[in-house]
Design a binder for this molecule. Structure first.
Ligand SMILES: Nc1ncnc2c1ncn2[C@@H]1O[C@H](COP(=O)(O)OP(=O)(O)O)[C@@H](O)[C@H]1O
Ligand SMILES: [Mg+2]
Length: 287
């Protein structure tokens, strides 16, 4: 049998990619070092073609006391389903499937444009970084303030993120899915100019767990497109819809009810959520 031909994922539609990921032959090629759970770099071959993906077996998940129900893999797939329901395509195609280490999540591998999107991030394509630390009281033109942080030298710096419409969409998605871990390393600027979010294992908790760097729009009105999206999500989450049936396989009934509640709260307020405490809740480390 000839070796499968590696195809660029952008030549395939999201539906085709889901078929690839769910039905293709999964081969582990390596392990991502430094990840907190087992994250395996793989190829998945289907009808003579292959794409690259990550496979996170449930067996490699570190248990978390505040997420006792279901698996992180199921939450990652639920997050993908919600991202698809927004129409924004912010999360790479993600499926639940069996693999060499048992059931797990399988997600399309995203080739990133920049090696480093952290505070000093020189972007290979000349795009500005998404995050920065500035030694100023104000974020400056094109940036949004997150919080003051202490620098290694004991000084004070302002953590800022780009005033970027792709990040703003992601901030809305995170509010909906109650993302507990939106840090810099979970933002993947793809080489085609799109921005993806990854690592959605700690999402959908019934309690408020929103921990994110994307607080820059807190309290500001949602954009017109976001208002439309939360309206659409509200309808898609009505009892008995295909989306709710799918989610019921992945998260608990209480978590689905809380998800509806968050969407409703966004619809009623028409604003980006504000941190519940005095300080914005940000993941640590932020990058
Ligand atoms: N879909 C993806 N495309 C490209 N790189 C990815 C993808 N998913 C994970 N990675 C890489 O693997 C690392 C660890 O994955 P992550 O989902 O954050 O796992 P963990 O649960 O261990 O934090 C990420 O920081 C990223 O570098
Ligand atoms: Mg991670």
């Amino acid at each position: 049998m000839p070796a499968p031909e590696r195809v660029p994922s952008r030549s395939l539609t999201a539906t085709e990619l889901v078929t690839f990921l769910a039905e293709g032959r999964l081969t582990v090629r390596g392990r991502i070092r430094g990840a907190s759970n087992a994250v395996l770099y793989c190829t998945v071959a289907h009808e003579g073609e292959e794409v690259t993906c990550v496979y996170k077996p449930v067996a490699g998940e570190r248990p978390l006391w505040d997420f006792p129900d279901g698996t992180l893999a199921q939450r990652e797939v639920a997050a993908y389903e919600i991202s698809e329901a927004t129409g924004w395509g912010l999360i790479p195609p993600t499926v639940l499937r069996d693999g060499p280490y048992g059931e797990g999540m399988c997600q399309l591998w995203i080739e990133t444009a920049a090696e480093d999107n952290g505070p000093d991030g020189p972007d290979a394509d000349g795009r500005p970084p998404l995050l920065a630390l500035v030694e100023d009281e104000e974020p400056g033109e094109g940036w949004k303030a997150v919080a003051f942080a202490e620098t290694e030298e004991g000084g004070r710096a302002l953590l800022v993120h780009a005033d970027d419409p792709r990040l703003r969409r992601l901030a809305v998605l995170d509010a909906v899915i109650n993302n507990g871990d939106r840090k810099g390393g979970h933002l993947l600027p793809a080489s085609d100019g799109r921005l993806y979010g990854i690592d959605h294992g700690v999402t959908f908790n019934a309690d408020d767990k929103l921990r994110t760097l994307l607080w820059g729009w807190a309290g500001e009105p949602l954009t017109a497109e976001a208002v439309e999206v939360v309206d659409r999500l509200g309808a898609a989450l009505a009892p008995g819809t295909a989306l709710v049936t799918r989610l019921a396989e992945l998260i608990t009934a209480a978590e689905i009810a809380a998800l509806r509640g968050r969407v409703e709260a966004l619809r009623v307020s028409g604003k980006h959520p504000e941190p519940s405490g005095e300080w914005p809740s940000i993941p640590w480390p932020p990058v």
